[in-house]
Design a protein around this ligand. Structure first.
Ligand code: EPZ
Length: 429
């Protein structure tokens, strides 16, 4: 018999969440900013880095690429290049975390070569990188796919005009890759259909501080004038808007009264608007928001690139709408197959059907605790939210997915009244 030890959350549902909870730095901003340290001479300091598995893995990839990665006592990271000869990001690490593809652009720009394992598909659907490669090729990089690796060379990248829109809109990490590569390219690069996400803006802020010449950040047209070198930087990671949204939903579904601290309200406009529309009482402060539950009614949700409703909150909003009165329709425009959580929510008594890239959510009066399995990070978050709202006990298995994007979530939710325990999960075969 083989025993595999994993962890699970055991959640006693039905506890009303009340009190204040603080949002951490954004994972999806931290990862590209860490990769950008390949570009700078000397050691940079990155503040408000969240303590997450994905950040840990990115640190290990960067160590493989010749960077020193030091965790400082105040929670920031100090990173700088010590060896510029390394250009290989190995499959074993890249496969753990697809965000690591954003080392490709900086490696090409600073070291003229890169060998980065091709990230595979994943449960939220296909994760192609054709747009990343198209952008870098347009700048003069020679790129081949060999033995599961992207093998790329460029003696000096050249600025050019690049259209980065794809079948599902702009690409966040594709924009990050081209943006980083362009900072050290010869001449001017124009990225059309650029991603506008706050995480891209945070990266651009780092690069500009380092001496890059960038305009149009936050719009669909970013213009980068190449410079010869970039200097080290002291920079701050923005608060995680997806964690903020998850906590707001958790407050709402438990009919709670929760103040979510350390947020950027301007990054959450679409989410706040939607929550108010379904009946959640949201009061915005300068860098916080108070969420009070109430009677929730059905809605139509379409995930879109920023400033639309983020795909990374779709599963959590589905949990919320599963107990809202009436029939909701949720359409995924970013990752049309990101629906693995439906079957698990239905095991808890939800009534949700998948119809192509949409989910039809018939609201039920309540969810019931059950044993459920997390398939990915945000699916895990949606099941935790559902477990908090449900009657009875929910066990969410494969909680390592959740740890990729939420730091000690069970402890922080316990602090505002949730009953959650992390336990070993021994599976017997
Ligand atoms: C980032 O992934 C995030 N990851 C994802 O968060 C997030 O869901 C996604 O952006 C969308 O907001 C990180 O920042 C580390 P995309 P990314 O390229 O950049 C298609 C989470 O849970 N596409 O913007 O990889 C793609 O298939 C994670 O925290 C191409 O067709 O996503 C998708 O349909 C999951 N060709 C759409 O574009 C390409 O070359 C948007 O993907 C690239 C993408």
């Amino acid at each position: 018999m083989l025993d595999l030890v994993d962890e699970k959350f055991v959640i006693e549902g039905g506890c009303r969440l009340t009190g204040s909870i603080t949002v951490n730095g954004a994972k999806n901003a931290a990862l590209p900013v860490m990769a950008a340290c390949i570009l700078t001479k000397g050691a940079s300091r990155i503040r408000s880095i969240p303590k997450l598995t994905d950040v840990e893995i990115m640190g290990r990839i960067l160590e493989c690429l010749g960077l020193s990665v030091k965790h400082l006592e105040d929670g920031s990271l100090e990173m700088g290049t010590v060896d510029t000869t390394k250009v290989t990001a190995p499959y074993e690490l890249v496969n753990e975390m697809r965000g690591s593809i954003c080392v490709l652009g900086p490696l090409l720009a600073r070291r003229n070569a890169a060998m980065v394992a091709l990230p595979g598909g994943c449960v939220i659907g296909q994760r192609p990188i054709d747009l990343h490669l198209k952008g870098l090729r347009a700048m003069g990089a020679e790129i081949d796919l060999k033995d599961g690796y992207v093998v790329a060379y460029a003696t000096r990248l050249r600025g050019t005009e690049i259209y980065l829109g794809g079948a599902h809109g702009s690409t966040v990490l594709g924009t990050c890759n081209v943006l980083m590569a362009a900072t050290l390219a010869e001449g001017t690069t124009v990225i059309e259909a650029a991603a506008r996400e706050p995480e891209v803006q945070n990266l651009a802020e780092f690069l500009v501080k380092a001496g890059a010449k960038i305009s149009g950040v936050g719009t669909n047209r970013i213009v980068i004038e190449g410079v010869k070198e970039l200097k080290p930087v002291d920079c701050q990671i923005i608060p995680d808007r997806i964690e903020a949204g998850t906590l707001m939903v958790a407050g709402a579904v438990t009919n709670g009264d929760v103040t979510v601290e350390n947020i950027r309200p301007d990054h959450l406009s679409a989410v706040v608007d939607k929550l108010r529309e379904v009946g959640v009482n949201v009061t915005l402060g300068r860098d916080s928001c108070r969420v009070r539950g109430g009677r929730m009614t059905a809605s139509v949700i379409t995930t879109l690139a920023y400033p639309g409703i983020p795909t990374d909150l779709q599963p959590q909003l589905m949990s919320l709408l599963s107990i809202a009165e009436g029939t909701s329709v949720i359409t995924e425009k970013v990752f049309p197959d990101r629906f693995m959580h439906i079957a698990e929510l239905n095991r808890m008594g939800a009534n949700i059907q998948k119809e192509g890239p949409s989910a039809i959510v018939h609201g039920v009066p309540y969810l019931s605790g059950a044993k459920v399995m997390a398939s990915d990070l945000r699916a895990a978050a949606s099941l935790v939210v559902a477990g908090l709202a449900a009657r009875g006990t929910t066990e969410v298995r494969s909680i390592f997915h959740l740890d990729r994007g939420y730091e000690h979530l069970e402890e922080r939710l316990t602090g505002i009244g949730a009953k959650i325990k992390r336990e070993a999960d021994t599976k017997e075969y």
